[in-house]
Design a protein. Structure first.
Length: 270
């Protein structure tokens, strides 16, 4: 599934072609993705001007001058194709700008979604209402995590994946951040010390920032809107490396937490 860096990369790629542009044509090529497209999507977006682009957790935001924001989620396999040479079977939503640019939301597995939300009430919209702070923003602090983890016996990795504690963190980047911070993924969150959290917070930001700069991590179907593949996977230190040597020489281990693979080093993470 595309995670925060992949969504951020997608939004930045789209902004070069959408931000400030008027949407001249909207084509919906099937009735639904994970859920139905908004019934007024074509009417609302046709003729609207894009006033800004953004991201909240793993959702992309397209703000318009009609005081409505199009919110999209890429699901498992979604991606935007910019200036596609030809239509593809899974181009389910296609936008054409007044400048003649074409942007197609392609989603083979259809686990993504598109919603229209009043811009003034974005923060109170259902999926956003109970989200924690953005990991790249100022509100994610060691003190915030210390409070959220207080007396919790659940593993620290699972709580970092809880969107109500931190918005947008995914499996790959939590594994990498915990490794760089020297924290065991199965350690009870309430027992993670404040000094460890002071290492963890900037490390989370570093891992995400490095991945965004690299265009994200390419897994299965993910690609940037330009069609280029992200290459942060070449920088993974533990994720996907079960049995390989860690930087310390010990083998990278894997076990399952909450239905997801966790990769870590017994020697480096305490």
């Amino acid at each position: 599934m595309p995670e925060l860096p992949e969504v951020e990369t997608t939004v930045r790629g789209l902004a070069r072609f959408l931000d400030g542009e008027r949407i001249a044509r909207v084509a919906v090529n099937r009735p639904d993705l994970r859920r139905p497209f908004p019934p007024d999507l074509v009417q609302t977006l046709t003729g609207a001007r894009v006033t800004g682009m953004g991201r909240r957790a793993k959702y992309g935001l397209v703000h318009t001058d009609r005081e409505v924001t199009m919110v999209f989620h890429l699901g498992m396999s979604g991606r935007w194709r910019i200036e596609p040479e030809r239509p593809e079977k899974h181009d389910h939503l296609v936008l054409t700008t007044g400048a003649g640019h074409t942007l197609a939301l392609n989603d083979a597995r259809r686990f993504g979604s598109v919603d229209l939300v009043p811009s003034a009430s974005l923060e109170s919209w259902g999926p956003f209402a109970k989200m924690g702070p953005e990991p790249l923003g100022p509100d994610l602090t060691p003190a915030h995590l210390k409070t959220a983890f207080k007396e919790r016996i659940a593993p620290v990795k699972l709580l970092l994946l809880d969107q109500g504690i931190v918005a947008g963190l995914g499996n790959i980047y939590v594994c990498e951040a915990l490794f760089r911070s020297g924290i065991r993924p199965d350690k009870a969150a309430g027992k993670v010390t404040l000094p460890a959290l002071k290492r963890l917070v900037p490390t989370i930001r570093d891992v995400l920032t490095e991945s965004i700069a690299a265009g994200g991590s390419t897994i299965r179907d993910y690609a940037q809107p330009t069609g280029e593949l992200g290459y942060f996977a070449t920088s993974w230190q533990v994720y996907g490396r079960e049995g390989e040597a860690c930087l310390c020489g010990a083998p990278v281990l894997r076990f399952v937490q909450g239905g997801r693979s966790t990769f870590w080093c017994r020697k480096c993470q305490k």
